[in-house]
Design a protein around this ligand. Structure first.
Ligand SMILES: Nc1ncnc2c1ncn2[C@@H]1O[C@H](COP(=O)(O)OP(=O)(O)O)[C@@H](O)[C@H]1O
Ligand SMILES: O=C(O)C[C@@H](O)[C@H](O)C(=O)COP(=O)(O)O
Length: 331
């Protein structure tokens, strides 16, 4: 079993950095975008999803991001603070940017998700808006990688990671790669390489590690070789997620293990990665073992994909343990 050392005397368990936006989910299941009659409104965005996941499990969570100075921005802040999330690091932009909005179908596979991110407010966050004392007040800083895709958010993200390293706040990078946010995979791999080197834990799927290996090891599909390449600099743990095939976890000391999935009836594929990260991080900030964290992440993801939203379908601690007790895991 593996323990991750964390500073215990902190006000917050985790601060999540990245986008918080609006998710509009199809009212009807198994219906094409053209035929959907309307959408239900939720708060979403990868970083907001992770923040809500940790908070619903009982963690003390903060957020670094930016929304527009408009009704959608107000809705996102109202929902997140209602979830008990500290918004001291949440900025509001009035330069004409827009809060990120996602429209989705509701299908178990081949499910369209359209994300409107023209002049996205979250990417306007500036390095001078990132408070080192806020980061030092948390056990963990979780960075979602789309925040690296554009300046000034890129600089804000990298300085937040530097502040975290200086204050012994554990750094977790959830790769969260959205290809359309980047000019090329080469550009993305350069910035992700810098961010991975500043991270204690790197979480991504195979496609995301392929992008990060664009320059270093093009064409590599070998997870063991990938892990060896990324277990350098500050990185102690590499998690490679594989959807229905579960996940593989590699530690710096050579220990590795796999986690299977909990089979459920899937409503929609999205939200799995964010709930997985939430379950894992919540376990680690409570002093749990890495192996249990990955199991909790896997269960939280299964619960989420069987629900009909991202944030609202995140489990409470009671729901999570009840689910694990009553379900079979498959490898
Ligand atoms: N269909 C599914 N049923 C149950 N669990 C799933 C399913 N899809 C994903 N998961 C769980 O969620 C984790 C993360 O999902 P994955 O799709 O790999 O992430 P991402 O969305 O970031 O690509 C997986 O490792 C697995 O534990
Ligand atoms: O991440 C977004 O901006 C939108 C999400 O809230 C959305 O619902 C989604 O697509 C989540 O996908 P995932 O992060 O790939 O699981």
């Amino acid at each position: 079993m593996t323990k991750i050392a964390l500073q215990q005397d902190r006000k917050l368990d985790a601060i999540v950095l990245g986008r918080a936006g609006v998710d509009l989910y199809a009212r009807e299941s198994n219906t094409d975008m053209a035929d959907i009659s309307g959408f239900n409104k939720f708060v979403g965005g990868s970083a907001a999803n992770i923040a809500v996941a940790v908070s619903k499990l009982g963690g003390k969570v903060g957020f670094i991001g930016c929304v527009a100075d408009d009704a959608f921005g107000g809705y996102v802040k109202q929902y997140m603070s209602g979830q008990g999330i500290n918004l001291d690091g949440m900025m509001t932009d009035n330069s004409g940017s827009r809060t990120s909005v996602a429209f989705t179908e509701m299908k178990p596979s081949d499910c369209t998700v359209l994300i409107y991110r023209n002049k996205a407010s979250d990417l306007t966050i500036k390095p001078e808006q990132v408070d080192p004392a806020y980061i030092a007040s948390s056990k963990v800083l979780v960075v979602t990688g789309t925040a690296l895709s554009e300046s000034p958010s890129r600089e804000a993200t990298l300085i937040a990671m530097e502040h975290a390293r200086r204050s012994n706040t554990l750094v977790v990078l959830d790769v969260d790669y959205r290809p359309y946010s980047w000019r090329t995979d080469v550009d993305a791999s350069i910035y992700y390489g810098i961010a991975a080197g500043l991270s204690d834990i790197v979480i991504g799927n195979r496609e995301e590690f392929d992008m990060m290996e664009t320059v270093l090891a093009p064409g590599n599909k070998d997870d063991d070789a990938t892990a060896e390449r990324f277990l350098r600099a500050n990185t102690q743990v590499v998690v490679i997620k594989a959807g229905e095939f579960g996940s593989k976890v590699y530690c710096r000391d050579g220990h590795k293990f796999q986690q299977g999935i909990f089979r459920v009836e899937v409503q929609k594929p999205f939200g799995s990665g964010d709930s997985f990260a939430g379950g894992l991080i919540w376990t680690l900030v409570n002093g749990g073992e890495l192996e249990d964290g990955v199991k909790h992440g896997s269960a939280a993801a299964a619960i989420n994909v069987s629900g009909n939203s991202c944030t609202e379908a995140m489990p409470t601690k009671e729901q999570l343990f009840d689910f694990i007790e009553t379900r079979e895991q498959s490898l």
